[in-house]
Design a protein around this ligand. Sequence first.
Ligand SMILES: NC(=O)c1ccc[n+]([C@@H]2O[C@H](COP(=O)([O-])OP(=O)(O)OC[C@H]3O[C@@H](n4cnc5c(N)ncnc54)[C@H](O)[C@@H]3O)[C@@H](O)[C@H]2O)c1
Length: 424
Amino acid sequence: MSKCGVVGAGYVGLATAVTLTHLGHEVTVAEVNPERLATLRDGRSPILEAGLEERIAQGVADQLLRFVSDSREAATEADFVFLCVQTPMGASGRADLSYLEQAAEEIGSVLAQDAIVITKSTVPVGSSRVVERVIRREDVKVVSSPEFLQEGSAVHDSLHPTRIVLGCDDQAAVAKVATLLEPLGAPMIVTNPASAETIKYAANSFLAMKISFANSVAAVCEGIGANVDDVMLGIGYDPRIGVAFLRPGPGFGGSCLPKDLGAIKASSEDAGYKFELLDAVERVNEQQLERIVNKIARHARPLNGSTVAVWGLTFKARTADLRDSPAIEIARRLRERNARVVAYDPTVAQSGPELEGIDVVTDPYAATEGASALAVLTEWDEFRWLDFEKVASLMKHAAIVDARNLLDAAPLRKLGFEYEGLGR
Ligand SMILES: NC(=O)c1ccc[n+]([C@@H]2O[C@H](COP(=O)([O-])OP(=O)(O)OC[C@H]3O[C@@H](n4cnc5c(N)ncnc54)[C@H](O)[C@@H]3O)[C@@H](O)[C@H]2O)c1
């Protein structure tokens, strides 16, 4: 059994912590946000992730998991310390490393002899060196091990990683981390820190590119009468391409893809290369938001002064995360065009500051009352099974813009809805 410290109790930190306790290690998690910490100490999860709360409870019951407010307490005596703090978008698209540097600064002087620090946060090339410099300890090695989990399946992805990347020039440190994580049974890629850091950004850029590609093909399909769902299936079965992330939608968002694209573009510019492919990926994403708003406007007739019902506010289903959600940006643009927006999302109980100007209701039908159009913006499965006859009777004008291609068009049209999806 090893002693592990985890700094930051967000998606990555908590998934990492319960994975380590699952492997039988003793884990102390530090979290500075007092509300998050209180929730965790109460035995609850501060974020919505399938299986997380149960595994936290199990870890605490097994006396393998505890939560503290200070990273120093988590790092003292630990053999391994995982840095899982946020790296938001900073000035001119660059990653803001201040949280990472702060965490490294805090733990530097209290780390045990020969401890290993593992950076799980997504950080640009050179950040491992920054952490090393801040820690200022010859005996402590820093390993860059980016995280690839997806929100909505964070615990599963962390327990069953597709691969583990270990970036470090010290082979002994790599061997220790590899031994710690080897029971997860994932392929390991051992490389230098710069490559490890680049792998994460390149992976997210590629995923964003797939989404923008799907959205572009959907736009073409609309013009020529093809069905984008069939087209994507048809190309996705090619193992060189793959079906994942080839679904059209309202554009990519969330706390990772937009910021990681900005960061890799900034890094490549620093390196003297203009990553124009990613400029196009971003442009398509921006156009997609406007395309959805225009679709809604066409059906609301007119948008100005109308009520638009929105189903789905989170950036994707099975998470409560609203960070950089395309649904919120679409709602904001609808408001700009003088529409009233009434929204329902299964995970959002009330309007917070990020939802300013949006009326949030806790019932999907209530959102549609008197609406001139209904926009489906997040792919929550439960939306499929609602009573659309009731929805039609509640709306002023029965029109649906399905920005996730989630619903079945034929039965809705039979009920008298105007239905418009993407590229079909
Ligand atoms: N969310 C994802 O799906 C995902 C997936 C892969 C990688 N990542 C990357 O992992 C990193 C973390 O992402 P996240 O979504 O888990 O972030 P998050 O914002 O949910 O969690 C970070 C937590 O760290 C805490 N924290 C910050 N500084 C601290 C300190 N000095 N001591 C103790 N706690 C501290 C914050 O209060 C916060 O709760 C980011 O770099 C992100 O890009 C995220």
